[in-house]
Design a protein around this ligand. Structure first.
Ligand SMILES: Nc1ncnc2c1ncn2[C@@H]1O[C@H](COP(=O)(O)OP(=O)(O)OP(=O)(O)O)[C@@H](O)[C@H]1O
Ligand SMILES: [Mg+2]
Length: 307
């Protein structure tokens, strides 16, 4: 299968020393709908801004459909449509004018029919002649998506496209992106939301602290993330120091009287043995939520690099 986006050993160190991408490598196949999932500050926008152009990488190679973005800047710009995270329209033009101008930038003329089609799919047709300054945040974001599509790119890169978009429109947007992907567009999407990755993307990578910490089929990834049990032990007396032998179960105090343990289901017997002599007054067992596991996973890698 052809590779649509190939990222190899990319480093980015910002002027003030933040090492935002660390030896980052990732290959996205042609026709894929791929999610890059990660917490705030993980490096998602840095990566996208490097692919899009405004940010320069410190080292490494990026290729779009086999062409190096450094040596084939113009060609690769035509191949990609990028929706940046920051929405900033500062023009006196209306929606239609913005899209016509943007087409002109790519040397495309007389594409009103296509522009109308995009506007309709993005539920923006009623705003066709509205000044961009008069759009709501969610509308501006959808206009950014329209802008990224006017030149019919092969690869669409979206930086948190649904942030600030309400639930109903979010689902419309998801459907539209699904359709674009079905029609052959390769899509790379960044998001904070596991749900979004799960609903749209066959494969997902988790980026944290500038590196890929996990990559897999989205369903498998989520299954492996979510396969944890959490046990809460309640005690009549205040908990003192956490017994050392509970460390392997990630023991932590959640209050003066409650202790939480996290472990894989197969470790249940081991845990029961470990807590035998503690005499808790109550025990609760539940499956850890996916969101919790995700936070824990990324928190762990952050801690590792801070220490
Ligand atoms: N222009 C910049 N100058 C200096 N540091 C930056 C700049 N942009 C981002 N950073 C730093 O690089 C790291 C990665 O930031 P980035 O914006 O890529 O993360 P992100 O994954 O997109 O986060 P979010 O989910 O909040 O959008 C952070 O530590 C951030 O402070
Ligand atoms: Mg970002």
């Amino acid at each position: 299968m052809a590779t649509a986006i190939s990222i190899k050993n990319v480093h980015k160190v910002y002027a003030k020393g933040t090492h935002a991408l660390k030896n980052f490598s990732l290959d996205i196949n042609s026709g894929e709908f791929f999610a890059l999932l990660g917490p705030n500050g993980g490096g998602k926008s840095t990566l996208i801004n490097i692919i899009a152009g405004p940010t320069k990488k410190t080292s490494g190679t990026i290729k779009i459909c086999g062409l190096d973005i450094d040596t084939h800047r113009e060609e690769t710009k035509f191949m990609i449509g990028v929706v940046p995270q920051e929405v900033n329209f500062d023009s006196f033009f209306n929606v239609n004018e913005v899209l016509t101008q943007c087409s002109g930038y790519y040397g495309i003329k007389n594409n009103q029919k296509y522009i109308d089609e995009i506007l309709e799919k993005l539920n923006l047709q009623e705003k066709k002649f509205a000044n961009t300054r008069a759009l709501s945040g969610g509308m501006k974001r959808r206009l950014l998506i329209a802008k990224a599509l006017v030149h019919k790119p092969k690869v669409l890169i979206l930086d948190e496209p649904t942030a600030g978009v309400d639930v109903e429109l979010r689902h419309n947007l998801w459907n539209y992106m699904r359709q674009l992907n079905k029609d052959g567009l390769t899509i790379l999407l960044t998001t904070h939301y596991l749900e979004e990755a799960e609903s749209l993307c066959k494969r997902t990578a988790i980026i944290d602290n500038g590196s890929v910490v996990a990559i897999d089929d989205t369903k498998k990834l989520i299954k492996s993330l979510g396969n944890y049990k959490e046990m809460t032990l309640n005690f009549k007396d205040k908990i003192g120091k956490i017994p050392a032998h509970l460390e392997e179960f990630k023991a932590r105090k959640i209050s003066d009287y409650d202790l939480s343990l996290t472990f894989e289901p197969k470790e249940l017997n081991k845990v029961l043995t470990a807590i035998k002599d503690l005499n808790p007054s109550d025990i609760e067992l539940q499956s850890q939520s996916l969101e919790d596991v995700f936070i824990e996973l990324t928190y762990k890698t952050n801690k590792k690099s801070d220490g």
